[in-house]
Design a protein around this ligand. Structure first.
Ligand SMILES: C[S@@+](CC[C@H](N)C(=O)[O-])C[C@H]1O[C@@H](n2cnc3c(N)ncnc32)[C@H](O)[C@@H]1O
Length: 253
């Protein structure tokens, strides 16, 4: 009976969130969730926050795969800013985890010599409510900021209980919301973007969910898609136009 409940929970997670959990340790995690009073929610009920926090792998840090931020500053933003449009440039981090990627983008722009005519709006989305809470709090460990230059840390962070709290970033809109990227209602709320970063999430999904996600990106993107090196580049190449450089590939619509 218990094994069946665990299987039903894993099945529900995969269908709704895309996350494939097939290892024995995943079953053990769900078993502990049940021991602590967790339940299999009814079909019409959302997956509980405790379960979402438990099943996600949230590894991230400032400047992860930093060559993507180089290309953002050197190629992508100058090109978009030339388009003559006056509304803000909208950038999505899907997923954002605890916010390091979104803040790296903001810090890179602030530190660049770009004189953009358009405002910047950065939105981070993650299915884990705990990660979104942390992103909104903006407090980071030493490990999380290890790849930042000391002068950047000094300029943009202040100490708080042995950790690093990011300051308000002047002229930069960075916000976070929790949501499932397979939820069409979330996309109604999000709207459209000129740049989508989707790094290090597809590795947890199967091929069909990756395609569903890429199609959703295509519907809401007029511009550039940046994937992590281990994400689904095979299907991305079928749906977007690749732009290759020595260090990896990014895509445009
Ligand atoms: C390894 S982190 C990647 C964070 C960041 N993009 C990076 O590369 O450093 C993967 C994140 O994907 C999130 N995630 C997994 N499935 C999701 C879904 N269906 N919708 C939104 N976020 C999801 C997890 O909660 C986790 O925080």
């Amino acid at each position: 009976m218990r094994e069946e409940t665990i299987s039903a929970i894993l099945e529900r997670i995969q269908q709704e969130t895309g996350i494939v959990l097939s290892r024995a340790t995943d079953r053990a995690r769900i078993s502990r969730y049940l021991d602590n009073g967790g339940i299999l929610p009814k079909t019409h009920e959302p997956l509980p926050d405790t379960l979402l926090n438990l099943i996600t792998t949230n590894e991230t840090y400032f400047e992860r795969e930093s060559h993507h931020f180089d290309r953002l500053i050197d190629e992508i933003l100058p090109q978009i800013d030339r388009s003559g449009v006056s509304k803000p440039i909208r950038i999505l981090c899907a997923p954002s985890s605890s916010g390091e990627e979104a803040y790296t983008i903001a810090l890179r722009i602030l530190e660049s010599s770009l004189r953009l005519t358009r405002a910047i709006e950065i939105i981070g989305v993650d299915i884990s409510p705990e990660m979104i809470r942390r992103a909104q709090e903006g407090v980071y460990s030493k490990r999380s900021i290890h790849a930042l230059k000391p002068e950047i840390v000094q300029r943009y962070f202040r100490m708080q209980n042995q950790e690093f709290k990011i300051n308000a970033l002047e002229g930069m809109s960075v916000r976070f919301l929790s949501g499932n990227l397979f939820d069409p209602y979330l996309w109604n709320e999000l709207g459209n973007f000129e740049i989508i970063f989707s790094r290090n999430m597809m590795i947890y999904f199967d091929k069909s969910k990756n395609r569903e996600l890429l199609l959703r990106f295509r519907d809401h993107l007029e511009g550039f898609l940046i994937l992590g090196h281990a994400d689904d580049h095979i299907q991305a190449r079928e749906l977007f136009t690749p732009m290759r450089k020595e260090r990896g590939v990014i895509y445009h619509t």
